[in-house]
Ligand binder design. Structure first.
Ligand code: CUA
Length: 168
């Protein structure tokens, strides 16, 4: 079989590009441990309070150590429930010291909701029946807004909350 010079060249380029992408994929998966987010943590959407993380007193921000926090949230149409503060007021704003590593952990009691913190890498779905998590580090003080980016009904566009990152 006779191959034209350019045909050979393009086959080499195509094969080479494929090889490079496969190597990148392999390094990402096996060396850097990149994997799709786990969807294996299940929960009964009718009874989320049965799970420790979503008991009333555990909603909102929990400190793990010096600069690590967990924020537990229950989404429902059309609200993010972060629990109440010491005075019993509904938490609408999560206040976090700058430099903190925060894991957001959430679920939904009705339909699929979005959980995107604009201006950060935190972006996930909150699905009934599953517990999803996303981690982010807040290096810049400021006000960040959560938006629901999954259409969930007529009040979808009202579904927001705020994170305030403050300098200590
Ligand atoms: Cu919740 Cu859109």
């Amino acid at each position: 079989m006779h191959l034209h010079k350019y045909e050979k060249m393009w086959m080499l380029i195509g094969g080479g590009a494929l090889l490079i992408f496969l190597i990148m994929l392999g390094v990402g998966a096996f060396y850097q441990g990149t994997k799709p987010p786990s969807c294996l943590t299940t929960i009964d959407p009718q009874n989320v309070e049965a799970h420790d993380s979503f008991k009333k007193e555990n909603l909102g921000m929990q400190q793990l150590d010096d600069n690590r926090y967990v924020v537990n949230v229950i989404a429902s149409a059309f609200n993010y429930d972060f629990g109440t503060d010491e005075e019993g007021n509904v938490v609408r704003t999560i206040r976090i010291p700058v430099g903190s590593e925060v894991m957001f952990q959430g679920t939904s009691t009705d339909v699929v909701h979005g959980f995107e913190l604009a201006g950060t890498n935190a972006n996930m779905m909150l699905e009934p029946g599953y517990i999803n998590t996303v981690e982010t580090t807040f290096n810049k003080p400021g006000t960040y807004t959560f938006v629901c980016n999954e259409y969930c009904g007529t009040g979808h566009h009202y579904m927001t909350a705020t994170v305030e990152v403050y300098d200590e």
